[in-house]
Design a protein around this ligand. Structure first.
Ligand code: FES
Length: 142
């Protein structure tokens, strides 16, 4: 092995090492984009009176940093989910005419229980606890 080859080998290793180190933030950003970190909801919020919740309707409210979709089923039961789609995080909406939850970004559909039915989202929506006290509906953290 000549001195020239040794020098080239060392320089190549330094370049590979430098390339690997400088690409770590890019790789990290791509991973966080594909698998966004789970966020926690902080606090609680009064949504309104039970009497104001019309069957087969929904509303999106902010709880902490994230939107929450509150749905009143046609049976009168009120449920809530984190409104960020489990695919890439777009805000989902309730389709009253179909009784499902739809993400317009890439077409994911969730059933009324937040389970993915079709589209690219494979994980269920995060269920948010609801409390009803003194006729007031409150969503809370866990
Ligand atoms: S972000 Fe909802 S389907 Fe892609």
């Amino acid at each position: 092995m000549s001195k020239k080859t040794d020098r080239r080998t060392v320089l190549n290793r330094i370049l590979y090492f430098w390339g690997a180190i400088t690409s770590l933030p890019i790789i990290s950003a791509i991973i966080q984009f594909i698998y966004p970190p789970a966020r926690t909801f902080i606090g609680s919020k009064v949504i309104g009176s039970v009497n104001d919740m019309q069957p087969n309707t929904s509303t999106v409210v902010q709880l902490g940093e994230r939107p929450v979709i509150v749905i009143t089923k046609d049976t009168g039961e009120t449920i809530a989910f984190g409104a960020n789609c489990t695919h890439l995080g777009c805000v989902v909406g309730f389709r009253e005419e179909r009784g499902d939850i739809y993400c317009a970004c890439h077409g994911s559909i969730f059933n009324i229980d937040g389970q993915p039915v079709s589209g690219p989202a494979k994980r269920p929506l995060e269920k948010i606890p609801i409390e009803i006290e003194n006729n007031q509906v409150t969503i809370t953290t866990v």
